[in-house]
Design a protein around this ligand. Structure first.
Ligand SMILES: C[S@@+](CC[C@H](N)C(=O)[O-])C[C@H]1O[C@@H](n2cnc3c(N)ncnc32)[C@H](O)[C@@H]1O
Length: 262
């Protein structure tokens, strides 16, 4: 999902939209909501892959109340609905929330899923210690105060609750070194911030989570990059996966647990 322009070779380049505040972020994602679609590869394959990462990270049960923070059009939360008891999605963008509610109404899961406009930083519609699992998929990198997001996730989780977040690896060879060297701005919004594992680890611990595990996943920015860049990222990812070199990999996953005594 991104704004695109053609370069002289006819391939597409990301256009980074200036943003300063939540209003700008919401306006941008509102503008994407009606044509929101996977641009980084085969949609079903990527969805299945991410669902696998979320399932293995969250160990969902039929009793779980699951919150997706920055849920967009509800794609992941609805696709996981057979695994949990109740699903809530929040998003800053009213149009994304409308799209998610509409999608939900077309599934058998309408009675057990709901969506609301809220900011991830405050989660003002969610009570303290009220959810078992908090998911955040491809959204943390767009959030303006990532420390506040993790603090709020910790607040709304019950003791023993699990956080699973899939985000981008800001300290990877591509995002930290190659993209700047090639003058490729990979951000959709000027406020986007791709955390390093060390930064994310610090924020997760500062929020109060006692146990956390970090690993890498395949994220290759294809739809909004020249094909040569996607081929390069693909090669780095395969090498990083085979040789277990996180520095070569574009995606970062954190799984964290709120202590049962918290
Ligand atoms: C790239 S989309 C991902 C949506 C969804 N998780 C998915 O994977 O399909 C990022 C979403 O994060 C939302 N978002 C960005 N900043 C937010 C914030 N501070 N609070 C809540 N939602 C936010 C955007 O409105 C957008 O819908």
């Amino acid at each position: 999902m991104s704004l695109r322009k053609s370069d002289s070779t006819g391939s597409t380049r990301l256009t980074t939209r200036p943003a300063r505040n939540h209003g700008d972020v919401a306006t941008f994602f509102d503008s994407c909501a009606s044509q929101y679609a996977e641009q980084h590869g085969d949609a079903q394959q990527l969805l299945d892959y991410r669902l696998g990462l979320l399932r293995s990270g969250a160990n969902l049960t039929a009793a779980d109340e699951v919150l997706e923070i920055g849920c967009g059009n509800g794609l992941h939360l609805l696709a996981l609905a057979s695994d949990y008891g109740r699903g809530l999605g929040i998003d800053l963008s009213p149009r994304m929330v409308d799209a998610a509610s509409q999608r939900s109404s077309e599934t058998p899961w309408a009675d057990k899923t709901s969506f609301a406009v809220d900011s991830a930083e405050t989660l003002s519609t969610i009570a303290d210690a009220s959810v078992d699992v908090a998911l955040c998929v491809g959204s943390l990198e767009h959030m303006l105060d990532q420390g506040a997001v993790l603090n709020s996730a910790f607040r709304v989780l019950r003791p023993g609750g699990r956080l699973v977040c899939l985000t981008l690896n800001g300290a990877s060879l591509w995002y930290r070194y190659l993209a700047p060297a090639l003058s490729v701005d990979t951000r959709q919004l000027s406020t986007d911030h791709y955390l390093s594992e060390a930064e994310l680890e610090h924020l997760v611990a500062a929020a109060g989570f006692e146990q956390s595990l970090f690993d890498h996943w395949t994220f290759i920015q294809r739809g909004d990059m020249p094909r040569s860049i996607a081929v390069l990222s693909d090669g780095l990812d395969r090498l990083g996966d085979a040789c277990r070199i996180g520095f070569f990999r574009g995606g970062l996953r954190v799984r964290a647990i709120k202590s049962s005594s918290a």
